[in-house]
Write a protein that binds this ligand. Structure first.
Ligand SMILES: [Fe+2]
Ligand SMILES: [Fe+2]
Length: 191
């Protein structure tokens, strides 16, 4: 599929609100990539496809990862808010024909984070929080921080997710905690 085909397919399939979010993520990820030395074209493409599976029913996401023989932790398999990253990467590869492993990985980990995120993973993860249509307390401060220090901003992204999960009495996926700690450790090492 060409980039235009992918765009048109998503526009047809995805709700207008989420499509606006997606286009915000593409542009924000592209700008952040330029700022932090990641590939802007890959950031754009990963942004475009990061939520391609998000509006599918959970059963369909599960069928997709099953069919592709993806190993999934139970906590992710049963939660669409987490699983749409893995399912999205499968869909990006098998339906949209994307074979760039760096792009697929950025899509895969955008819902959870992970230990050892690449610059591309980080800019997509962060763009998902701060794209222009996002509204939550503290988003403006996070937008500013994103252009000052990538790792500080990624850490703040993890923290806001974890705080939200605590507030809502929801469980926290262990890889998100490990990813957050790894981000902190990287920051300490680089100082
Ligand atoms: Fe997402
Ligand atoms: Fe998103």
């Amino acid at each position: 599929m060409t980039m235009e085909d992918i765009y048109n397919d998503l526009k047809r399939r995805i709700s207008p609100k989420r499509f606006t979010h997606i286009m915000g993520v593409t542009k924000t990820a592209e700008i952040l990539a330029k700022r932090y030395g990641a590939d802007p074209d890959k950031a754009y493409l990963a942004g475009l496809l990061h939520d391609c599976a998000k509006e599918l029913p959970l059963r369909q996401m599960q069928a997709m990862v099953d069919e592709a023989n993806v190993l999934v932790d139970r906590a992710v398999y049963e939660n669409g808010a987490l699983l749409h990253g893995l399912a999205g990467a499968v869909m990006a590869r098998d339906y949209y024909g994307i074979d760039d492993e760096e792009v697929l990985e950025a899509i895969r980990v955008h819902t959870t984070g992970k230990v050892g995120m690449s610059a591309l993973d980080k800019v997509v993860f962060l763009a998902d929080y701060i794209e222009p249509s996002r509204k939550f307390p503290g988003v403006d401060a996070l937008r500013k921080l994103a252009f000052i220090d990538l790792d500080e901003a990624v850490l703040a992204g993890y923290d806001s997710t974890i705080a939200h999960l605590l507030e809502q009495k929801l469980s926290i996926y262990f890889k998100t905690i490990l990813g957050r700690n790894d981000c902190l450790a990287q920051m300490k090492r680089s100082r």
